[in-house]
Design a protein around this ligand. Structure first.
Ligand SMILES: Cc1cc2nc3c(=O)[nH]c(=O)nc-3n(C[C@H](O)[C@H](O)[C@H](O)COP(=O)(O)O)c2cc1C
Length: 169
């Protein structure tokens, strides 16, 4: 239970984050091929659909993220929607590390951004626009190719991973 909160200027960031966590999401690892051919990847719950025509999706990246400059200069992105067997991959890409890709099976997508094997869906994207999002930068990306397969999603709810099976689905 999170009691009623005061108006914006007094918002407690911890309570705000906790309340936002009541919106259950899937988990995506957004990857990109940056300058110097470096490949980057970040765990994200901010991925969402935006438009069918043109086909647009969005995700937002913290201004403090080490990978932000590479995201901003990338020519292609890939959104990898994780399967419920891929919690270890979510954990791996949620930590700053120079060795995120060790033991992660992946292949280059059409435009070079890595596609993670075993993901439930892949969306390969080109940059479309970016916008100020407070302490995040909002990336709009145009989907150029996608695929999806059978399986169950990894879910994030109230700060924890869960599975559809946990909900008795
Ligand atoms: C479940 C979960 C969801 C996350 N969602 C986002 C997100 O949407 N945007 C973001 O910038 N960071 C998000 N993060 C944090 C990043 O994954 C984390 O800061 C990561 O280390 C960033 O990669 P970098 O250090 O290479 O920049 C999330 C972390 C977790 C565990």
């Amino acid at each position: 239970m999170i009691p009623n909160q005061p108006l914006a200027k007094d918002i407690d960031p911890r309570a705000f984050r906790q309340a936002l966590g009541h919106f259950a999401t899937g988990i995506a690892v957004v990857t990109a091929r940056g300058a110097n051919d470096a490949v980057i990847g970040m765990t994200m719950t901010s991925f969402n659909s935006v438009s069918l025509d043109p086909p647009l999706v969005l995700f937002s990246v913290a201004r403090s993220a080490w990978s932000l400059p590479a995201m901003q200069s990338a020519q292609s992105y890939a959104v990898n929607v994780l399967d419920d067997a891929q919690q270890h991959i979510s954990d791996r890409f949620a930590r700053a590390s120079s060795d995120k890709w060790a033991d992660v099976n992946h292949r280059p997508g059409l435009h070079g951004a890595p596609l993670i094997e075993g993901a439930l869906a892949h969306f390969e994207c080109a940059p479309y626009a970016s916008h100020d999002g407070g302490d995040h930068v909002i990336f709009l990306a145009r989907v150029v190719s996608f695929s999806a397969t059978q399986g169950e999603p990894l879910i994030f709810f109230r700060g924890r991973y869960c599975r559809l099976a946990d909900a008795g689905a």
